[in-house]
Design a protein around this ligand. Structure first.
Ligand code: FAD
Length: 506
């Protein structure tokens, strides 16, 4: 093991969400102190994917790392609040459930809440589990209020994330990073120069300019210009489990003045459609399997299911579910779509960028590029991707739908052993264990497993040691408190208007 000198020059290739999130984080952590020079190269001509507008709650920690004021953030990105995803027609046609953020109820006598819920459910003494999650109740009422720091307030249980305009988000982060010293170079990268040991020493632009650096982060999107085209690390293909490989996307006008504080994911014949409400428009797209549906049919389905008139012509995006065999090789780390992509369901891609940045900061290399740091980074990121993969597969597999070839294939496919073990354990007595470093917690799994009718046969036997009538009373109180708390919040539109008018945090 060797210790090298601190790195002085970091080069980011690509200015999409990944490139600018990293540039912003590095500028905050290193550049402001003048410790590391950060250069970002991007090409306007090539452009970005231009989608990716829904996030999950850890994004609030990323904003806190940058010291971003949330009201300003909502104003600048024309963003909105996301409390949940509403899943329509996934379990069966006509069925709807929420996957809300945050916990269901509270543990009782150190036993998980959902175990008691299942006992009461079997006795016919409780409504659906959503009634016990504040984010689901507030979603249904279209309301939101920022949770206070006081842990005694029921509102403190509320977890939230954002929807935002992807182009405005990149622009916002760019301003943030450039203000803190990140240098941006406009130009198309034509090649990269490697040393004899394969390390990259410079990018070469089409016009012949060279951009030298010691450490390169490949944020070039699906192309993976450095990680794949240059270093050829290879790809782990998961398309046999996640069969959607295309999306047709557009934006449309919102109908009406209210804005739902949740994303909607509606299952279609050979995939699903997202609906992401922003302040000024709705972002929407149809994710589908090209083996089961043509581009024309997918676009026609999308256009037939818009809230209002389309604002732009639909465009097609192609992808393959999977990840790079290595996220970090030599002096290159791949972040964002350059590192891998599962699919848009559950909005995990921007989170994976954030997870990569956090881990990169924790393992930031020096000029010796100690291989153990890269190995640890690869281990951590592989585990993140694999656990998210299992959670996404669950949505396709746990369905009763038999109305199309696509859903028949999903319902009967073989699934990874790790997911099989998780499902079997849950379906017996509702037991769940979170894997090391797993993004999705028990509450997320419970929402989707129960939402898609993979309800446990029984419950934890320890539940029978607790007086069920007293538990039923507690359940009623929780419901009552959540209903009253949600009803007392402003509407989502009112909250956004207040954020728009405020100069800072209210
Ligand atoms: P890109 O946006 O593709 O950016 C690549 C950058 O590299 C661009 O700046 C480009 O100009 C530059 N570049 C490439 N080649 C060169 C070159 N030769 N020279 C110079 N510059 C170059 N994620 C979520 O979290 N939530 C969602 O709701 C969500 N929805 C999605 C829906 C779809 C259909 C798809 C496909 C993705 C979705 N994602 C979502 C993923 C999300 O869009 C991406 O994670 C995010 O946009 C990051 O992209 P990126 O920065 O890695 O790549």
């Amino acid at each position: 093991m060797s210790i090298g000198a601190p790195l002085r020059n970091v080069v980011i290739l690509g200015g999409g969400t990944a490139g600018w999130m990293l540039a912003a984080a590095l500028s905050k952590v290193f550049n402001a102190k003048g410790a590391v020079n950060v250069t970002l190269v991007e090409s306007e001509e090539i452009g970005r994917v231009g989608v990716g507008e829904a996030t999950i709650p850890p994004i609030t920690a990323f904003n806190a790392l940058l010291g971003i004021d949330e009201d300003e953030f909502l104003r600048e990105t024309r963003g909105s609040i996301k409390l949940a995803i509403e899943f329509v027609d996934w379990t069966r046609l006509g069925h709807t459930y929420f996957h809300p953020f945050g916990q269901f109820g509270f543990d009782i006598e150190a036993i998980k809440f959902h175990q008691f819920w299942r006992k009461l459910d079997l006795m016919g003494r409780t409504p659906g589990i959503e009634a016990y999650c504040l984010a689901a109740v507030a979603s249904q009422l279209g309301r939101f209020e920022r949770p206070p720091p006081d842990p005694r307030s029921p509102l403190s249980a509320l977890k939230y994330a954002f929807h935002f305009d992807a182009a405005l988000y990149a622009r916002y982060l760019r301003r943030f990073a450039e203000k803190r010293g990140v240098r941006r170079i406009e130009g198309k990268v034509a090649d990269a120069v490697q040393r004899s040991d394969g390390f990259i020493e410079a990018l070469v632009l089409e016009d012949g300019r060279r951009v030298e650096g010691e450490f390169f982060v490949d944020c070039s999107g699906f192309r993976g210009l450095l990680i794949e085209q240059k270093l050829k690390v290879g790809f782990v293909d998961w398309s046999h489990w996640l069969p959607c490989d295309r999306a047709v996307a557009t934006q449309c006008e919102s109908a009406g003045a209210s804005i739902t504080p949740f994303t909607r994911a509606t299952a279609r014949k050979a995939g699903w459609q997202w609906r992401i409400p922003l302040q000024h428009r709705i972002g929407t797209g149809h994710v589908f399997s090209s083996a089961h549906m043509s581009d024309d049919e997918a676009a026609a389905t999308l256009l037939a299911n818009l809230d209002g008139p389309a604002l732009v012509d639909p465009w097609i995006l192609r992808f393959k579910a999977g990840r790079r065999k290595k996220f970090w090789d030599k002096n290159v780390v791949a972040l964002g779509l350059a590192g891998g992509f599962l699919e848009p369901l559950e909005s995990t891609s921007i989170h994976l960028i954030q997870a990569g940045i956090t881990r990169l900061l924790a393992l930031f290399p020096d000029t010796a590029f100690n291989p153990v740091e890269a190995e640890e980074y690869n281990r951590l990121m592989t585990s993140q991707y694999e656990r998210i993969r299992d959670f996404l597969i669950l949505h396709y597999y746990a369905t009763e739908r038999n109305d199309t070839e696509f859903w028949n294939q999903c319902r009967t496919m073989s699934i990874p052993d790790t997911l099989r073990a998780k499902i079997d354990l849950f379906r017996a007595r509702g037991r769940l264990f979170r894997y090391e470093d797993e993004l999705f917690a028990d509450a997320n799994w419970i929402a989707v497993l129960i939402g898609q009718n993979f309800v446990p046969e029984g419950y934890d036997p320890l539940v029978d040691a607790v007086d069920i009538n007293a538990v039923a009373q507690k359940f009623e109180r929780i419901r009552d408190v959540f209903e009253r708390t949600a009803a007392g919040m402003p509407t989502h539109r009112m909250f956004l208007n207040r954020a728009a008018a405020s100069g800072g945090r209210p």
